[in-house]
Design a protein around this ligand. Structure first.
Ligand code: NAX
Length: 325
């Protein structure tokens, strides 16, 4: 057996944590031969709940789970970890604007960024807690020695939602849908782009041949899918978010399938005219040793306008937290 991979999960007492921790311990990310250690961070009032989750993890008798530490101290929970999955954050309260939420959650990512400086030298960080792009920006600025290519904010759930919409519309299996891209912010301004997507190897627009749907319902359904889940379930997406977290980490650990790509928000290098330094979602191809932004895709006027709208929202969010950077 190889030596264990250590994964930190913040917000372990929350809804996503309740699904994610069990998936990791079962081998859903690193496979059936790779032991893991889990380090779970919570806030003091939630420690009792997370202790209950730990009891259940023990009761699963997972052969791959080599260690489980619980803590309410970011320095302890984030030290020596290979992956940090930053899920925990405060939910949006009644009457709260997006800007208020950003200000409310920003300080969490200042302290967690600082604590990440004690992580393992190969640490990779995935921010899920919303607003995840800007929270990732804050954490990164507070851990300047962690290289840019190790930071991610999650748009994989949006990517998976877009893949599913195209598969359902065209009556194929999800595995037949490739090269979907989510651009920009993980928010309602995100731009799910079908222009380069393939369905069974053919351009999505020729298989579906319904531009009105592709430019209308497809995009808005993906953008508003989180609200659709809340409306139906009375709670925000949790199991699908945990599954997308596993997909993201697995993809960046093992690589994307040949000829396909994934979506993830990464530190912009200015590709596609997206402001350098923002954490924006791009099409990404990964291997087990690294990743790069897919270059050379044509962005027509329709796409350009939507990418610009989402990037401009990211710039506004960055300005709201400028004192934390
Ligand atoms: P919950 O409210 O169920 O759980 C959040 C947990 O975080 C709580 O247990 C809370 O005690 C803990 N927490 C709060 N502050 C903390 C801190 N400083 N350190 C450690 N833990 C802390 O939320 P849940 O449904 O699990 O969602 C978690 C986050 O994921 C939310 O911000 C949510 O908006 C975000 N999401 C992001 C998605 C994405 O695609 N990027 C999709 C799903 C989800 O909406």
């Amino acid at each position: 057996m190889p030596s264990p991979i250590t994964v930190a999960v913040t917000g372990g007492a929350g809804q996503i944590g309740y699904s994610l921790l069990f998936s990791i311990a079962r081998g859903a990310i690193f496979g059936p031969d790779q032991p893991v250690r889990l380090k779970v961070l919570e806030i003091p009032p939630a420690m009792k709940v997370v202790e209950g989750v730990a009891l259940e993890l023990e009761d699963c008798a997972f052969g791959l789970l080599e260690g489980l530490d619980l803590s309410d101290d970011p320095d302890a929970a984030l030290s020596d970890v290979n992956w940090a999955l930053l899920v925990g954050s405060k939910p949006r309260g009644p009457g709260m604007e997006r800007g208020d939420l950003i200000r409310e959650n920003g300080p969490i990512f200042v302290s967690q960024g600082k604590a990440l400086q004690k992580a393992a030298p190969d640490v990779r960080v995935l921010v899920i807690g919303n607003p995840c792009n800007t929270n990732c920006l804050i954490a990164r600025h507070n851990a300047p020695e962690i290289p840019d290519e190790r930071w991610f904010a999650m748009t994989r759930l949006d990517h998976n939602r877009a893949v599913n919409q195209l598969a359902v519309k065209s009556g194929v299996d999800v595995s037949a849908v490739e090269r979907v891209t989510i651009w920009g912010n993980h928010s309602a301004t995100q731009y799910p782009d079908y222009h380069h997507a393939l369905i069974s190897g053919e351009p999505a627009a020729s298989v579906i041949d319904d531009e009105q749907w592709l430019q209308g319902d497809f995009i808005s359904r993906v953008q508003k899918r989180g609200a659709e889940v809340i409306e139906a379930r009375g709670k925000s997406s949790a199991a699908s978010a945990a599954s997308a977290i596993c997909d993201h980490v697995r993809t960046f650990h093992h690589g994307t399938a040949e000829n396909d790509w994934t979506s993830a928000a990464v530190v912009s290098d200015g590709s596609y005219g997206i402001t350098e330094g923002l954490i924006a979602s791009f099409p990404i191809q990964a291997t087990s040793s690294g990743w790069e932004i897919v270059q050379g895709l044509e962005t027509n006027e329709f796409s350009r306008a939507r990418i610009d709208t989402s990037v401009s929202e990211l710039e506004q969010e960055r300005d709201v937290v400028s004192d934390l950077l």
